[in-house]
Design a protein around this ligand. Structure first.
Ligand SMILES: CC(C)(COP(=O)(O)OP(=O)(O)OC[C@H]1O[C@@H](n2cnc3c(N)ncnc32)[C@H](O)[C@@H]1OP(=O)(O)O)[C@@H](O)C(=O)NCCC(=O)NCCS
Length: 199
């Protein structure tokens, strides 16, 4: 299968992410386009969506079904949330003289899960990140996001930190990373067509 991926510029991409998140009932607080723009502007970032046909649609309509948004994080973050993230990671990820990409948000719409769209996006993200000179990709999840944990396991992310929640272990945070070593590209399995959104 050839995966169809679109890479977006900041503002149209933020709107696309806002629209696609409406389809996820597992996200308690959906991001607005404004929040996405605020987080990503002024820092290296990547907005990718995978598109696929709607089953049984006679016109063969293609819709965005999976997404992944990532941005760079640095030791001297000023934004309080990012400063806190870096503080929690700094003993577990080497920052000095290295570029770190943080996968902020992502997911696949329920009807299209298990078809490889998230793997294709992840592989494209890795390809882009290596071209841009990043050294490592970081992601944060929770114990209770079992589908995401299983998926990150298949995608060969390694746990670097576990932060136990004081009341409910299902809420505990898990931090995972993948070092962008040259051999990673040779292990990629998806065949992808990537287009740059023109709007
Ligand atoms: C996790 C999620 C993104 C996976 O998307 P997907 O498009 O179904 O994933 P893919 O089909 O590309 O699968 C990628 C790999 O993960 C594996 N995988 C997918 N879902 C899995 C699951 N529930 N458990 C274990 N492995 C899983 C696949 O088998 C595949 O491995 P392989 O390529 O080695 O065969 C999707 O289930 C999702 O959006 N879940 C909700 C998002 C969420 O929980 N977010 C929480 C915030 S972190």
């Amino acid at each position: 299968m050839e995966y169809n991926i679109t890479q977006y510029e900041l503002e149209p991409g933020a709107l696309e992410i806002q629209y696609i998140e409406e389809n996820f009932n597992e996200f308690p607080r959906k991001k607005t386009a404004a929040e996405i723009v605020e987080r990503l502007q002024g820092r290296a970032h990547l907005i990718l969506l995978a598109n696929a046909p709607i089953a049984d649609d006679e016109q063969g309509a293609v819709v965005p079904v999976s997404f992944k948004v990532a941005h760079e994080i640095k030791l001297d973050e000023q934004d309080p949330k990012l400063a806190d993230l870096v503080h929690r990671l700094r003993d577990h990820v080497e920052f000095p003289d290295r570029r770190i990409l943080y996968t902020w948000i992502g997911g696949t719409r329920r009807d299209w899960r298990g078809q490889g769209h998230f793997r294709a996006l992840t592989e494209q993200q890795e390809h882009w990140a290596m071209e841009q000179g990043f050294d490592e990709i970081v992601v944060k999840t929770k114990n209770r996001f079992y589908d995401m944990r299983g998926t990150l396991d298949h995608l060969r992310f390694e746990v670097v930190k576990y932060e136990r929640h004081h009341l409910d272990n299902a809420e505990s945070k898990v931090y995972l990373t993948k070092k962008l070593l040259p051999e990673i590209i040779g292990r990629h399995r998806s065949s992808r067509t990537v287009t740059q959104a023109t709007i």
